[in-house]
Design a binder for this molecule. Structure first.
Ligand code: PEP
Length: 258
């Protein structure tokens, strides 16, 4: 049995107003119940963090943000700091999502500064990594993932490695309905764990959760979550409805009994 608690995180992206978000959060919380062997994190847009935070008070759900800036405060129009997130009871933050990398020009160095700032503020970073279709076809998946993991986690103190979560999200599988096969995903997850072992040592690396993301749905989750190094999922589309999201939480719970 794995020493890692499975984690299912929902990335709502730019969906749900504050009131819609609170409603969805309440529906998810009601189905998950107050106890679950799975850690459940929902990541609404910034504008829904306050209402969702209130809606999930006293439940099993934790709140994540989808991004943050690395600076503590100052003249950064439109940006949000770690302290602002903490003040809304946010515990996790998605960093380096492929949409941030490709649409908003975020590079590994900027993402690394955010990872370090999140840890400094006691937020758990969910660092997203993954190759483009052209990179997979060119046979450079490992090279790309190695660069993103090594640069993204540069300078993370060994004592804080257990706060880090990695999400392997092949970009060609995000929102496309194409999923990596369980074997393809496991191969990259195992490779990421090797990289983590090199940086933090085997014992620490064995404790770090590596989530899979990319069109994970109730009908493909069981097979993905059965893989040894797949410790949960970062879910986009299927996190926008309570039923499909909670079905994924149940799949993750089931994976513990196998
Ligand atoms: C994501 O954007 O993190 C994601 C995994 O999206 P989807 O589940 O819709 O592919």
């Amino acid at each position: 049995m794995s020493i890692r608690t499975p984690l299912i995180a929902g990335n709502w992206k730019m969906n749900k107003t504050a009131s819609e978000g609170a409603e969805l959060a309440r529906a998810i919380a009601a189905s998950v119940g107050i106890e679950s062997a799975v850690q459940v994190v929902i990541c609404p847009p910034f504008t829904a963090l306050a209402s969702v935070s209130t809606a999930v008070e006293g439940t099993h759900l934790a709140i994540g943000a989808q991004n943050m800036h690395d600076k503590v405060n100052g003249a950064f129009t439109g940006e949000i700091s770690a302290a602002m997130l903490r003040n809304l009871h946010v515990t996790h933050v998605i960093l380096g999502h492929s949409e941030r990398r490709s649409l908003f020009g975020e590079d590994d160095a900027f993402i690394n500064r955010k990872v370090l700032a999140a840890l400094e503020a006691s937020l758990k970073p969910i660092l997203c990594v993954g190759e483009l279709l052209s990179e997979r076809e060119a046979g450079t998946t490992q090279e790309v993932v190695r660069r993103q993991v090594e640069k993204g986690l540069a300078g993370v103190p060994a004592g804080k490695s257990d706060q880090v979560i990695i999400a392997y999200e092949p970009v060609w599988a995000i929102g496309t309905g194409k999923t990596a096969t369980p074997a393809m995903a496991q191969e990259v997850h195992a490779f990421i764990r090797q990289l983590l072992t090199k940086q933090f040592g085997a014992e620490a690396a064995a404790r770090i959760r590596i989530l899979y993301g990319g069109s994970m749905k109730p009908d493909n989750a069981d097979a993905l979550l059965a893989e040894h190094d797949i410790d949960g999922g970062l879910i986009g589309g299927a996190s926008l409805e309570a039923k499909s999201f909670v079905d994924l939480v149940r799949s993750a719970a089931k994976s513990l009994t196998r």
